[in-house]
Design a protein around this ligand. Structure first.
Ligand SMILES: Nc1ncnc2c1ncn2[C@@H]1O[C@H](COP(=O)(O)OP(=O)(O)O)[C@@H](O)[C@H]1O
Ligand SMILES: [Mg+2]
Length: 481
């Protein structure tokens, strides 16, 4: 089209030639002409994505290009010179149901003519002329968003339910162990008292008793530093120790040997005791030391179990961000670690977890509990993709603008033909009951909409990496939910 061509005048025939208006009466077409206008647009932007949607355009002549901002790049989504194509504020009739902003950018690459209508005029004529269609469209739209919200909420509750079931189980083991150890400890302590009384009533002089107490201290010290042994190593040492005990006529040798081994005691050390204790008190002394070691081991077990309980509770608090404000500056590593603790039970023994954390990662202002939801969804998918074996790698790094978290798995990858759809709500390749198709949709909303970050995937067979990039300065203004 040349710049010199005359701008067409708006009249019912002109509008009727556009498919959108083909069935309208002359009267209505005339109304549109009076409330709209034919405009000529020079090459350049017609409007930009995110601006308030104030106008509706129908192409009469020319060429338009639609594009969307994807991860900071302007990506062309359509290019057309088809007469009658409409762009702009076309959801004006939904009123407050949707944010009335342009959902893409449009530019013309040559001088182009449009029929232009104010969004408010379009909204009003839709309401007045097609009330039923308007209600149906709004209903359709409303139904869809509602359904999505309800299911997303349910998905979150289900995830939380399965996590808390896992956590209860995790807590149960150390709690039961601590209770068991405490009750055994009570018995052992009273036995030890008896033994000490028996020893003291024997032929031990004060010096020998002092020496034994020195050995007791040493035994306790050995327990604290006992090396962890393999089953085979333990069995060998137990045999060796039991033999020594039999040779020295200490009763129940095979019964008490494992405790000595677990406490890091060897025959050489027992030999020192034998040299220091009078021969007729040796068995009593050894048994007394046995109770000492046993009590130390039990106390160690209680300490381990209770600290495991505290660390689980700490992780659960960190994960849920209980008692904390929803928006705060957090260490992403803490979030990732607490998520891994919460998911521990879902990680099969054949899946290795590798962490490459960049220690220079700055704390990031964020909606922490929601980010945990993101890690949970991504790790869940990775674990489901890998099945029983593979490697889950969680890495982080930072630059001036973004904190980046990568969640990688060694599963089969995402086929090219579905890569574009995995972030869509309800898109799933999993059987009913296993997948809702909302995991990535939720992750997208949290990362992209709420934090103004990026969420990308790179995938090939054997390696799938989800990349989450969060602005280190926080989401800034203009965030939406
Ligand atoms: N790590 C991954 N490896 C392979 N495919 C994946 C991975 N993550 C997501 N997908 C694919 O994306 C789809 C959508 O994921 P998601 O939104 O979490 O829903 P769901 O897990 O309920 O199916 C999955 O069904 C799967 O096909
Ligand atoms: Mg999922």
């Amino acid at each position: 089209m040349t710049d010199t061509a005359r701008l067409p005048e708006c009249n019912p025939d002109l509008l009727r030639s556009l498919f959108l208006f083909e069935s309208l009466s002359d009267e209505r077409l005339d109304y549109l002409c009076r409330h709209g206008e034919v405009v000529r647009v020079e090459p350049g932007w017609l409007y930009r994505e995110g601006e308030d949607a104030t106008c509706f355009y129908v192409l009469l002549d020319g060429l338009l290009v639609m594009s969307r901002n994807v991860d900071g790049d302007e990506v062309e989504v359509n290019r057309t010179s088809q007469r009658g194509v409409y762009v702009g504020a076309w959801t004006a009739y939904l009123g407050d149901l949707v944010p009335q902003v342009y959902d893409q950018s449009v530019r013309v690459t040559e001088t182009s003519d449009f029929f232009q209508l104010d969004a408010t005029v379009l909204r009003d004529v839709m309401r007045d002329w097609f009330p039923m269609a308007q209600h149906l469209l709004a209903g359709l739209f409303h139904g869809f968003t509602n359904r999505q919200r309800t299911i997303a909420q349910r998905e979150r509750l289900l995830a939380l339910g399965s996590l808390s079931a896992g956590l209860t189980h995790e807590l149960n083991n150390p709690a039961a162990a601590a209770v068991r150890a405490t009750s055994t400890l009570q018995q052992r302590v009273s036995k030890m008292r008896e033994k000490l009384a028996a020893l003291a009533a024997g032929h031990l002089d004060e010096a020998a008793l002092q020496t034994l107490i020195k050995f007791q201290d040493e035994a306790a010290h050995r327990v604290a530093n006992a090396p962890k042994l393999s089953a085979i190593e333990s069995a060998d040492r137990e045999d060796e120790l039991a033999e020594w005990l039999e040779d020295h006529e200490v009763a129940r040798g095979y019964e008490i040997a494992p405790t000595f081994v677990q406490g890091g005691i060897d025959p050489d050390w027992l030999e020192l005791v034998a040299n220091a204790a009078p021969a007729d008190s040796l068995a009593g002394a050894i048994h007394w030391l046995y109770y000492t070691i046993d009590t130390e081991l039990l106390m160690k077990e209680i300490t381990d179990s209770t600290s495991r309980i505290s660390s689980l509770v700490e992780a659960a608090k960190q994960y849920s961000q209980m008692d904390r404000s929803p928006f705060q500056t957090v260490d992403l590593h803490d979030l990732l670690d607490s998520t891994l603790v919460m998911l521990a039970r879902k990680i099969p023994p054949g899946v290795k977890v590798v962490k490459h954390y960049d220690e220079s990662l700055p704390p990031v202002p964020s909606y922490a509990a929601e980010l945990n939801q993101v890690w949970t969804n991504l790790i869940d998918n990775a674990l489901q993709a890998m099945g029983d074996t593979g490697t889950l790698t969680i890495s982080t790094h930072a630059d001036d603008e973004f904190a980046t978290v990568l969640i990688a798995d060694t599963g089969p990858g995402i086929p090219d033909d579905i890569k574009d759809r995995i972030f869509d709500p309800f898109f799933t390749t999993k059987p009913i009951g296993q997948g809702t198709g909302l995991g990535l949709d939720i992750a997208w909303r949290i990362v992209v909409n709420k934090h103004r970050g990026y969420l990308k995937v790179k995938s090939q067979p054997g390696e799938t990496v989800f990349v989450v990039r969060l602005p280190v300065d926080g989401p800034q203004i203009g965030e939406t939910t």
